[in-house]
Design a protein around this ligand. Structure first.
Ligand SMILES: [Zn+2]
Ligand SMILES: [Zn+2]
Length: 181
């Protein structure tokens, strides 16, 4: 069971506020991320639960981006208490026996447990500073830094190159303002 990949569920939710305005948007988001089976049984209650979870996860990523490790841990622990894990060994679709973190229950319950356990694993295995918010304004999308030297600062290549261009222009401007060429 790769819990770090579960953390991508948290990132997906944080970065998709525009898809949480209605059931259709959420359904499309799940289909695009390869979860068609789950998309087919979504309810209004799932949508409400995932919207609430998104708010909580944004706060977790903001605390991490501020370097506030204790707040990250306190927020994740509160989520873990509210969403207990019910692991079950299962097999389906020709896969060998494997663990599911939460069997049964609503789709949203399974999503919450996956996302929160994923983040908890990253924080304990790699460190809270692995959760970040893009530093190319005004982006602020969430990302997971799984690089070996903790060097990631942007959500995407696009934001990284935009930030590089902005930094280059700023340097050039400083050069001109001080009369240097
Ligand atoms: Zn499975
Ligand atoms: Zn970005």
């Amino acid at each position: 069971m790769d819990l770090i990949s579960y953390a991508e569920l948290a990132v997906l939710l944080v970065n998709s506020p525009d898809r949480l305005t209605g059931l259709e948007g959420l359904r499309a988001l799940l289909q695009e991320s390869g979860r068609s089976r789950q998309a087919s049984r979504l309810t209004r209650a799932d949508l409400d639960a995932l919207r609430a979870l998104r708010e909580e996860l944004v706060a977790v990523f903001e605390a991490a981006a501020d370097g506030n490790e204790r707040e990250v841990v306190a927020r994740l622990n509160a989520l873990l208490r509210r969403h207990p894990v019910h692991p079950q060994i299962t097999e389906h679709d020709g896969e060998p026996w494997h663990l599911h973190l939460t069997e049964g229950g609503r789709f949203a319950d399974q999503y919450v447990v996956g996302a929160v356990m994923g983040l908890a694993t990253i924080v304990t295995d790699l460190g809270a500073d692995r959760l970040g918010l893009c530093q190319s304004p005004p982006c602020r999308r969430a990302y997971l830094d799984t690089s070996s030297n903790r060097s990631r600062r942007y959500c995407s290549e696009r934001c990284a190159s935009r930030a590089n261009v902005a930094a280059y222009r700023a340097r050039k401007k400083v050069g001109q303002d001080s009369g240097g060429r």
